[in-house]
Structure formats: C-alpha cells, structure tokens
Write a protein that binds this ligand. Sequence first.
Ligand code: ATP
Length: 352
Amino acid sequence: MTELALEGVSKVYGGTDATDGGTVALEDVDLSVRDGEFFTLVGPSGCGKTTTLRTIAGFEGPTDGAVCFDDREMTGVPPEERDVGVVFQSYALFPHMSVAENVGYGLRFRDPPAGMGVDERVADLLELVDLEGMGERDPESLSGGQQQRVALARALAPAPDLLLLDEPMSALDAQLRESLRRQVTRIQSELGITTVYVTHDQAEALAISDRVAVMHDGRVEQVGRPQEIYREPATRFVAEFVGDNNVFEGDVGGRNGEYSQVAIDGETFSLPAIPDGTDRATFCVRPGALSQAADHNRLPVTVETSEFLGETVRVNGRWNGRRIVLQLPDVPESAELTVGFAPDDAHVIARD
Ligand code: ATP
C-alpha cells in the first residue's frame, strides 16, 4: 500500500525566490494521493505539473516542504531507492535492445516480485500490455502506441509502489490515444497501483481519473473528483480551464429564500443562494446549460462563429462585449439569438 503526500512543497529553479531571479515553479503545494488511486495533475503549459512529478520521483529536491510515501519522509532518498516507476512523454526506449530486453532492463537493479524469474516476469508484463509474442522485436519496428506500452511494461517490471506518467500519450494521434488510455486505466485498476498522471488535456483528465488536481502558476487551484471539478469549479480559473464555462460577475441584489438576484449591466439574474455579507458574486454557466428554450435568465447573444461538432454545434458569440460560448443542437439560423439558463444550472464560485 502506498499513499503519497506533498506538504507545503515549493520549488524555485536558479535561486531561492523570484526576487533573486529564480523561477518559482511550485508554491506551497499540498496534495495527498490515496492508496490505489488514479490521480491526475492537469493545467496549462508551465503550471508546474512536470516539476511536481519529478519532485515525487526524486529527480528534483523541493526548495521547501516535504514529500512522504506513506508516513516516510523521502527528502534525500535518491530516485532509484524510491520504488517508483516513471513513464515519460518520449518513450525513451533503448534502440539497441529488443522489446523484452527493454522491459527486463528495470530488473537489472531490482529483483522481480518474489518467486519469479526475469523471463517469466517479462512475459507476464508483455501480456499485461497486450504485446505478447513481440519480445524479440526491435522497438523501432513498433507503432508509437506499442512503444509507449513497452515503456509502461518496463516501468512496471520491478512492481513499484507508485506509477508516475508524464504526458504519456501526447505524441500519439487521437485514435491511438484513446485506445492507450483505455489500456492504461485497465492496467492501473487491475494492478491497483497508486498512480499520478500528468496531462494538459482537461477532457483526458476528467475521463480517466479518480481525482484531479487543477494547477495554475505553480499552485493547486482545486482537488476533486472529475464531476466536482466540472460541476462545481472552486475558482474562476478552474471554471474557464476545465469546463470552458461562461463566467460572469455582478452585484448581489435581493435574496429570496433559495435564490439570490445578481445584476449585470442592468439585467437581473436569478441564481442559487449566495451567502449573506457578499455584495459581488462570480458565477459560471456551462455552454450546454444555455438554451434558446429556457425561460429564465435570458440574454441576447450576437453569434460570431459556429463550429459543427457532430452531435452538437459550438457557438462563439458576445453579450454586451462579453465572450459567450453556447452548445446548441443546430447551427443558429440568425446572428442574433436569445438564450437563457435555469437558476439551478448556474454555479456560484466561492473564491475568485
Ligand atoms: P508543460 O506542460 O509545458 O510540460 P508543466 O506544467 O509541466 O509544463 P514545468 O515543466 O513543471 O511545467 O515548469 C514549471 C515552471 O518551471 C516553468 O516556468 C518552467 O519554465 C520552469 N522550469 C522547469 N524546469 C526548469 C529548469 N530545469 N530550470 C529552470 N526553470 C525550469
């Protein structure tokens, strides 16, 4: 069993803080990953995902704070003594070794699980990643998805306590990504191994994870189950990055039991109750929650572009200069339309 905790972890490259020219990559990051969990770090480029993963693996030491596996503080423990399997974006397979030799490489430094010979372990892993019979092949003769599965088998060979995956699918085309994604989640749940996965793709993060941490500028904005992150974003950044939400800000007017009124540019919107003592509110509405049929909270939108996505059409438009994103069943017939949303479909953002 392995639980992972980051406690107040900061990382500054090339200095001690921003004032002496250092790059602050992580700032006071607290995370805890449960035993057997599939946990994903998601955020835009440069937000600190890879640095977090490298700090867990021991390739980087934190400037401040601690990394603990179960209750053991890992500061100063070198990567090879951490019992961690790592898969990078670039497969980093050894080209002069066969597939089986690549998988067996991880066992040069650590024994296979008790009672197993190296050949038996390698054969088991090739079967696990659906590459049985391919052990003698040259890695370069495999497709990108197959090479990445070899890299995964190599990382898993010594039966590590923790699996770390850094954008392992980003070099693959969309179809391969999806099939590898299914394989990775199957293997992870079969082995029950605690896994930390890094991606900048929010849809991928929501699709495959037990829980997700959304990162921004070296900080953790929110940790939660995919449904929570999607439906109840804690910050404006999460609302915009994850759900492509429409975010609005206005003055809180009357309160009426379950609902509160918020005024924006002279229009009044009815929203779920906002706590007393707040006179400004930020709230978000998902593109799919705005509909021409809704009779509440209506606003006129000028259509700018429409993108046909198959089942739905994504419409980009404006309301009083604000960008509005809609998800409609059909391409709108007119450049001017009125949409609305049910009060319960709005989510009030607690922290802005
Ligand atoms: P990406 O998705 O582009 O890989 P990321 O979220 O993984 O980005 P990091 O690679 O962790 O982000 O980088 C976080 C910040 O730290 C960035 O500003 C980056 O430029 C900086 N950084 C990362 N590695 C180093 C390094 N070795 N030396 C100096 N600065 C670094």
